[in-house]
Design a protein around this ligand. Structure first.
Ligand SMILES: Cc1cc2nc3c(=O)[nH]c(=O)nc-3n(C[C@H](O)[C@H](O)[C@H](O)COP(=O)(O)OP(=O)(O)OC[C@H]3O[C@@H](n4cnc5c(N)ncnc54)[C@H](O)[C@@H]3O)c2cc1C
Length: 487
């Protein structure tokens, strides 16, 4: 590493952050900070796979149309076009690098089918171990990345620049809970979404809206904050086991406790309708006092095709033929406003992956488009970082002390998650949103000075307020945002 290389901090070791680090490792001085261990990321939990129009009979236009329909036409069409077009190349590039996706007996790629895709186009690996396999593959390419695990980033360091503010480093707590400062020319935020906000969620335990709060406090613009995606099928127990949509792709059916196949006549796609539609139907069933199950009795070779899920069900002692499920918070379409190169409104601060909002997903993400997003936009970010002309040379700053705010009053996590679930969850109403905002206003996270660090719960409260406020403003339902008294 030479002194004239750009110093880049990547925050988050999911697919987005890991791929950026991989791309930049030879030309920049890259430090990857991650809150848990390297594989603690939603990316490692992805089961279904990566949507890409590389199969015969498929086309980027078809993929574009499916994504647009799922996104309720709220999508940024330029960035969506990029996603599906570059997405084809990104998948091919990964295969050329040596990533092995599952193939059929004749050697052809075995494409899976998921909700609202008009054709099977989901690349998968190790059955339902796709995310983990892809993430391990990318991280196995690290040769020149300084990885710091158990590093919880608590603040982005910004100062005023010519026309805006400019980032110059981060503060983080290390494994020994010591406060550390690291200076950088460029910071790439790849911290994922906000699962921990909700009582039911599918996410890794490290995913708690940190990046969104860090960016907001650094002055970066957020957008589309009302669009949270709920996955219809989380195993209903204490754990967080997602039951992949790919199961419905091979014939599993949603039934209620009266053995009614309630999605049967629900539109063209039935069980495989978009996630917002299926989640709402399930909530309607639950609200009418029924339990909901996924009936997999006609899925052949279950354990072979879905080894991860089969193992989790075995551990939980659940019958694989009738799986009790609930919808759960899964993915965030909103995020830090970025252009196609991942540039935020703060100079030299980039955002990529789920924490970023390119607008490509619109109001509702099409299944398996998010690992694709990580692949496509990490490359755009890396290219832009390489081309970036630096104007300031940041040097080490003096030791920093006492960066925690005095005492911040935050809610009990369990109560907060329950309230988020019922107020900014699948079904919203202006009364519930107002009530929630009133309750949130009791907590003083808003008052934390910008030069202080924040913790998980403060971040969650800050971002819950953004979601509730954005939801209140959008008085008509759109995509994943459903408002009961739709105007
Ligand atoms: C169970 C499950 C199944 C899914 N299945 C699919 C699928 O089949 N196909 C698909 O396309 N998408 C799927 N998704 C969505 C997809 O996995 C994610 O959207 C995508 O992986 C996000 O990648 P990312 O790199 O942006 O974030 P993540 O992979 O979530 O990584 C974020 C990283 O940031 C770190 N981090 C967070 N806060 C801090 C902090 N303050 N300091 C330091 N580090 C921090 C985290 O620890 C983590 O390492 C699934 C999601 C889940 C939860």
């Amino acid at each position: 590493m030479t002194a004239d290389k750009k110093r880049v901090i990547v925050i988050g070791s999911g697919l987005a952050g890991s791929r950026v680090a991989q791309f930049l490792q030879n030309d920049c001085e890259v430090t990857l900070l991650t809150k848990g261990k390297l594989l603690d990321a939603n990316s490692a939990l992805a089961q279904g796979g990566i949507a890409s129009a590389i199969g015969g009979g498929d086309s980027v236009d078809l993929h574009f149309q499916d994504s647009l329909l799922a996104g309720a036409h709220h999508n940024d069409k330029h960035n969506l076009r990029l996603l599906v077009t570059e997405g084809k190349r990104a998948a091919e590039e990964l295969i050329q690098e040596g990533m092995e996706f599952d193939r059929r007996a004749d050697g052809a790629l075995d494409f899976g089918l998921e909700g609202a895709h008009s054709i099977p186009r989901i690349l998968h690996a190790g059955g339902d171990f796709t995310g983990r396999k892809v993430l391990e593959f990318v991280q196995s390419k690290f040769k020149n990345v300084k990885v710091i695990e158990d590093a919880f980033v608590t603040q982005l360091l910004v100062r005023s620049a010519a026309n805006s503010s400019e980032i110059y480093g981060v503060r983080f707590l290390d494994a020994q809970n010591r406060e550390m400062v690291q200076i950088a020319d460029v910071v790439v935020l790849a911290t994922g979404g906000l699962g921990k906000m909700y009582k039911f969620n599918t996410n890794n335990f490290t995913i708690s809206a940190d990046g969104l709060a860090l960016a907001k406090r650094a002055g970066a613009q957020l957008r589309d904050m009302e669009f949270v995606q709920f996955h219809p099928t989380l195993l209903k127990n204490e754990g967080r086991t997602l039951i992949s949509e790919a199961l419905r792709g091979v014939g599993a059916k949603l039934v209620n406790s009266d053995d009614e196949y309630f999605m049967k006549n629900r539109g063209k796609y039935g069980d495989l309708s978009t996630r917002d539609v299926v989640s709402r139907e399930i909530i309607n069933q639950i609200n009418s006092g029924k339990d909901v199950f996924l009936d997999t009795s006609n899925c052949t070779n279950f354990a072979e095709k879905f080894p991860f899920i089969a193992e989790k069900l075995r551990e939980a002692g659940v019958n694989t033929e009738l799986i009790p499920i609930t919808p759960a918070a899964h993915f965030f379409m909103g995020g830090v406003y970025v252009d196609e190169f991942g540039r935020t409104s703060v100079q030299n601060l980039y955002a990529v992956g789920e924490v970023a909002s390119t607008g490509a997903h619109g109001a509702n993400r099409l299944a398996s488009n998010s690992l694709l997003e990580c692949l496509v936009f990490s490359k755009k970010v890396a290219e832009d970082v390489l081309n970036l002309q630096l104007t300031t040379q940041h040097t080490q700053i003096e030791a920093v002390q006492a960066t925690r705010p005095e005492i911040v009053y935050v809610p009990d996590l369990k109560e907060f998650q329950e309230r988020s679930w019922s107020s900014i969850g699948i079904m919203r109403s202006s009364a519930k949103l107002r009530d929630f905002l009133r309750w949130l206003s009791k907590f003083d996270t808003q008052k934390i000075a910008l030069d202080k660090c924040t913790n998980e719960q403060e971040n969650l409260v800050l971002i819950a307020r953004e979601i509730a406020a954005a939801s209140l403003k959008r008085t008509s339902s759109l995509g994943a945002h459903y408002i009961e008294e739709d105007t």
